[in-house]
Structures are given as structure tokens and as C-alpha cells.
Ligand binder design. Structure first.
Ligand code: MN
Length: 207
């Protein structure tokens, strides 16, 4: 992912809009992907159009070097570039087939670092439910393969120098409000059924 540079393009969903039913319905995905995510792409491109010197940088490079960017571009790239990165990974982390569990090296690491798959789920759900305001809950791996669950605010991303993202769940209200209204915990619980563990395992192995 994120190999390309400005102008960034809206990536199509890697599944049909009705494929994540009933956890996420078509209306939710159309608003989330076609409106919210697209707006981050458009805003990032608009901002970068004024900074030719940044147009050869990948999304990850931009987000990893915020302190070195022009001060007037920094906040916009943090919010909109993060919005692009986070949504692309979120949409790419899901698929429509319920009740899967990880296998192989990733499952072994989950058991080692959280005690059991169930305990990891508890911790991940807790992170999703308790994130105050808008943000994300992540499963990250460090360079040695040690896993951790963390929260980020708004569209902030983890430190890519230290961590490889394995999974993330969007807990902005726009991710669930059309279907779940204020019931964030129900959305977070249902989200586990959508995880694409094959892709998660690959991210872990390629960290
Ligand atoms: Mn979102």
C-alpha cells in the first residue's frame, strides 16, 4: 500500500457494497467510502497542489516526517493524509465472511502477547469502546513481532518507524451511526466478524 504519490486516487472497495452485510450495510459503506474517505483524498490533493516539493513523497513518507514539512501544510497533511492512510487500511482489512480466526504465526503471537485470542478480542474491543471522541483502535506489531493494542485520536497514525499496523477499527461516529446510532460497543463487537485474517497475517509476516 501507499507506494504511490500525488495525486492520490480513491481506491475502490476490495468487495461489493453489500458484501459486509449485515454488520455494515450498503448505505454505511457508500457514505463512509464514497463521501468521507473521498473527502480526505480530495483535501490532501488540494493541499499538496500548492507544495510541488512534497508531491514526490509517498503517504507514509509524508506522515512519518510531519515535523519537517512546511508549517502551514503540517496540520492538513496530518489530518487528511492520516484520513487517507487509515481508511485505506480499514477498508482493506475487512471481508464478508463471518466468524474467522487468525492462523499460523499471527495466532501464535496473539496467544503469546495477550494470553488467548479471546483476551485479545476483549482488549481490542475495550480500546474501541473507550476511545473518547473520534479515533481508531489498532493492533500493531513492533519490529520484533511483539503485538500491542493502542488507540489514536482523530486521524493520527502510529509511529511507522516503530510499528507495523496489522489491523484497525474506525470508531468515528460516521463509521457506525447510520446502523448502530450510539451503540458503539455493538459495532465494535460485530466488526470482529469482518476481519480479513489472511491479509492481517501477511502484514504481520512482512513487518
Ligand atoms: Mn471513517
Amino acid at each position: 500500500m501507499q507506494a504511490e504519490t500525488y495525486p492520490f486516487v480513491v481506491r475502490p472497495l476490495p468487495y461489493e457494497y453489500d458484501e459486509l452485510m449485515p454488520v455494515l450495510n450498503e448505505e454505511t459503506l457508500h457514505f463512509h467510502h464514497d463521501k468521507h474517505y473521498k473527502t480526505y483524498v480530495d483535501n490532501l490533493n488540494n493541499l499538496l497542489s500548492d507544495y510541488p516539493e512534497l508531491q514526490q513523497m509517498s503517504l507514509k513518507e509524508l506522515l512519518s516526517n510531519l515535523e519537517d514539512l512546511p508549517v502551514n501544510a503540517r496540520g492538513g497533511i496530518r489530518n487528511n493524509g492520516g484520513g487517507v492512510y487509515n481508511h485505506e487500511l480499514y477498508f482493506d482489512s475487512m471481508k464478508g465472511a463471518a466468524g474467522q480466526e487468525p492462523t499460523g504465526e499471527l495466532m501464535e503471537a496473539i496467544k503469546r502477547d495477550f494470553g488467548s485470542f479471546r483476551q485479545w478480542k476483549e482488549q481490542m474491543k475495550q480500546a474501541a469502546v473507550t476511545k473518547f471522541g473520534s479515533g481508531w483502535a489498532w493492533l500493531l506489531s513492533d519490529r520484533e513481532g511483539k503485538l500491542s493494542v493502542v488507540q489514536t485520536a482523530n486521524q493520527d497514525v502510529p509511529d511507522f518507524g516503530l510499528y507495523t499496523p496489522i489491523l484497525l477499527v474506525d470508531v468515528w461516529e460516521h463509521a457506525y451511526y447510520l446502523q448502530y446510532q450510539n451503540r458503539r460497543a455493538d459495532y465494535a463487537e460485530a466488526w470482529f466478524d469482518l476481519i480479513n485474517w489472511r491479509k492481517a497475517a501477511r502484514r504481520y509476516e512482512e513487518r
